[in-house]
Ligand binder design. Structure first.
Ligand code: ADQ
Length: 775
């Protein structure tokens, strides 16, 4: 850097000096030219005024008259001398420095005589500089002599010198100014951004977050953005590769096989060959959102994208989803498609547009006011409107048709339909394309047949779902409930042993696949241990609470949820209140940070929940808070994945108190983030996650006092016990990660067709009795 700076300074000095000297040189030349012209003009005027008298004296041919006239007319302003010559070049008379006239070359006189006109010439003798102006003298039309006026021209050289002297200081000032400004610009616009950029890269390389102190430097770095994007993508790929290699090494060491994005991609390519995979979900993996004058492409936080993206990338599949971003239309082609991921396009996203009526009837209405509370036993009454149902049917058809359209020309396609928004789509797709392998994954619980029975269109929903070849739930209980509902509602044959349901001629396999999260240990979460200016997570959290919320505490508990009545947020707050009541020791020591993302805000029950949560927070805080502490800090917004991860790593205890939950990914994300093998998970036994995570402190969220006791137990738990429980649960999440979830579904989907064919073939071979049994 020093060498670069020295070279830059030298180059600047040389460059600026050369340019300035060159420009001064031309200035001096022009100035000199002007001064000479001016002197010549003045001398010519003087000559013209003297000429008549001198001519008269010369024409009189008397030497004494000529000498007297010349002597009389000299001296005059600026003139060095005046002389008169005969036409043959003989000096007749002179006034002024005689030696100079003797020195004069007769050239000007001869030239003036020869040409018959005035001749000017600048001469010098090393000390003085002068102008000779030779003017012919006439007698009538005859040339009778030459008059020479010598003008002092030394001032021109003096002027030149003065200009050079003045320019020297100007050039010096220029050099200093330009070098100084350039060095400052280099520092501000190059050195500093480059240093920060290098720091960013270093953090990326070491897997640390991109936090640069000193405020927003985005404008400063903006010119590096394209380069930064490329390098960051490259660095991320390298980090992922390194993480995958480390994971593989860990696995080899443990003699196990862990699923990674790369392994899933290879698996898909090997198993599905040329078959393309089509995904249908309500939420899209990439959203174009207008922010001020810019359009930004965002990835909505969702485990689904993480799991499904490697699958689609591996086979150049198509993801069909609702185009819900404010600027989504600007990013698609005439077929409503775009290639994603934006940085490295590998598959297509097909956006489907919905009118506000369709969104309100299908999404807000039937899906979220009807099916959501129907499937979650959380005592919020489902609302079923015939208009919403009609809309749900229409929209299911619309999305299914979009999938069918995308599938045109693809042989043996695979279709992965996501969630309760599309219960009718499997049947529509399968009827139109019997060669497709169709799967639907139901991300929420399936209640018992009595509870499901209150839906006026339960038969139609089941009929739609049974169009799929594979129906996935999180846990066996939901699968069993589903099969019981099918048994009760439809003319169909279910088989608990083989986990199948046959309706008409079509067989559906119904299986649990517990969804999970990415488990990449410390590498991606990568928050440091205090090195490089980063606070350890706990210190960061305590500092943030103090600075932003004025809260000082010893223990931190955390809740992370969408603001949804199934998540048991109010119950959690009541449990905290009960704890502070029964164990006053925790007052001024324990704070619950509740991060709540606003959700489905157009639906009245959600707006009501938001009000209730805020009221309860205010009431509990008002009851216990002191000058420097309060029991609850409510952060009511969608946070970034990184921010949530920081909190996971900072807290003593994570509270998941859902009243009912298909799985609950927060519990698993918390475990994945705790590479320090510390922390306690308090988990509702009504979540799907509770089936796997037996080392959590399992609670009934309705039993507020019991939850309070679990919090107490968690905070008092010895470090060794916390560690053992955390290790066991982390191992579970590591082995059953989200890639394994996707791989299991795809493997079963691939094998299922053969299994189906075998069963049907066996049935046919065995005759009518066997067929009946299967039917
Ligand atoms: P959800 O009901 O949305 O999912 P969950 O599984 O807990 O519930 O997933 C929530 C996700 O949103 C998590 O990744 C979490 O980190 C994130 N999140 C929540 N609040 C946030 C906030 N304030 N800021 C940022 N991120 C936040 C449905 C079912 C679940 C099932 C999943 C997956 O209801 O039971 O586990 O699908 O199948």
């Amino acid at each position: 850097m020093q060498l670069f700076r020295m070279r830059l300074i030298l180059a600047l000095i040389l460059g600026v000096t050369l340019v300035s000297v060159g420009s001064t040189y031309f200035d001096v030349l022009a100035h000199k030219h002007t001064m000479r012209q001016d002197l010549e003009r003045r001398t010519a005027l003087l000559g013209a005024s003297l000429q008549p008298e001198i001519e008269a004296a010369v024409n009189g041919s008397r030497a004494d008259v000529i000498a007297a006239t010349v002597a009389r007319l000299h001296p005059f302003d600026e003139a060095l001398g005046l002389a008169v010559y005969s036409p043959d070049g003989r000096l007749l008379a002179s006034a002024g420095p005689q030696n100079l006239f003797n020195l004069l070359p007769p050239v000007t006189v001869k030239r003036a005589t020869r040409r018959g006109e005035s001749v000017a010439y600048f001469g010098h003798d090393g000390v003085r500089q002068w102008l000779e102006e030779a003017i012919p003298l006439h007698a009538g039309t005859n040339l009778n002599g030459v008059m020479v006026i010598l003008q002092d021209a030394s001032f021109i050289r003096a002027e030149d010198l003065a200009v050079w002297q003045r320019s020297f200081w100007r050039i010096a000032a220029f050099v200093v100014l330009i070098v100084g400004v350039t060095l400052l610009m280099v520092r501000w616009f190059l050195t500093r951004p480059m240093t920060r950029f290098a720091e960013r890269l270093r953090r990326l390389r070491t897997g640390r977050p991109t936090v640069v102190s000193g405020g927003d430097n985005s404008a400063e770095l903006s010119f590096l953005t394209p380069l930064a994007r490329e390098v960051e993508t490259l660095a991320e790929s390298l980090m992922e590769a390194r993480a995958a290699a480390q994971t593989e090494a860990r696995l080899r060491d443990a003699g196990e096989h862990l699923w990674t994005a790369e392994r899933l991609a290879v698996h898909v390519r090997e198993r599905f060959g040329s078959s393309r995979i089509f995904v249908l979900s309500n939420r899209e993996p990439y959203m174009h959102v207008r922010k001020g004058r810019e359009t930004v492409c965002e990835v909505p936080p969702s485990g689904l994208v993480t799991a499904i993206e490697p699958v689609l990338c591996a086979c150049d599949g198509v993801w069909v989803a609702h185009g819900s971003g404010s600027d989504d239309r600007s990013a698609v082609d005439e077929f409503d498609r775009l290639r994603v991921p934006p940085d490295d396009p590998r598959y297509s996203l097909r956006r489907v547009w919905l009118s506000s009526e369709e969104e309100s009837g299908y999404y807000d209405g039937f899906a979220n006011e009807g099916l959501w509370p129907l499937c979650h036993i959380a005592h919020t009454r489902p609302i079923f409107r015939a208009t919403d149902w009609a809309c749900y049917q229409r929209v299911n058809e619309k999305f299914a048709n979009a999938v069918l359209h995308e599938m045109e020309g693809s042989a043996n396609p695979v279709v992965l339909i996501q969630d309760y928004h599309f219960a009718l789509a499997p049947r529509i797709v399968k009827d139109a394309r019997p060669d497709a392998r169709v799967c639907i994954f139901w991300h929420i619980p399936w209640p018992n047949p009595e509870a499901f029975g209150i839906c006026p269109w339960q038969a139609e929903l089941l009929e739609g779902l049974l169009g799929a070849d594979l129906i996935g739930f999180h846990i066996p209980l939901h699968r069993n409930n589903f099969l019981s509902t099918v048994d009760r509602v439809l003319e169909a044959r279910t088989d608990r042993e083989h986990m199948t349901a046959r309706r008409g001629g079509h067989l559906s396999i119904v299986k649990p696949y517990p969804i999970s999260v990415v488990f990449d240990g410390a590498i991606r979460h990568g928050y440091g241990s205090g090195a490089d200016g980063f606070d350890p997570p706990a210190e960061f959290a305590h500092k943030l609470l103090l600075e932003e919320h004025g809260v000082r505490c010893d223990y931190l508990a955390l809740g992370v949820d969408r603001l949804d009545y199934t998540k048991g947020i109010v119950e959690r707050l009541l449990a905290l209140e009960s704890l502070l009541e029964k164990h006053p020791w925790y007052r001024e020591k324990l704070t619950l940070v509740q991060i709540a993302a606003p959700s489905r805000t157009r639906i009245p029950s959600y707006a009501d929940l938001s009000r209730r949560v805020e009221e309860t927070v205010n009431r509990v805080n008002a009851r216990f808070q002191t000058a420097r502490w309060k029991p609850v800090v409510l952060i009511e917004r969608q946070s970034s994945h990184q921010e949530v991860n920081r909190w996971y790593r900072a807290v003593d205890l994570c509270l998941v108190t859902s009243l009912h939950d298909g799985m609950n990914l927060v519990a698993k994300e918390y475990l994945a983030a705790r590479d320090d093998e510390d922390g306690v998970l308090v988990l509702s036994k009504f979540t799907g996650a509770a089936v796997e995570l037996r080392d959590a402190l399992l609670v009934n969220p309705y039993d507020v006092d019991a939850v309070a006791e679990a919090i107490h137990q968690g905070l008092e738990m010895p470090r060794a016990e916390r560690r053992i429980r955390m290790q066991r649960m982390r191992r579970q999440v590591m082995e059953y990660n989200v890639y394994r979830w996707a791989a299991s579904i795809l493997t079963d989907l691939r094998d299922l067709r053969m299994e189906n064919e075998e069963l049907v073939t066996a049935g046919r071979a065995a005759g009518p009795a066997m067929v009946r049994k299967l039917a």
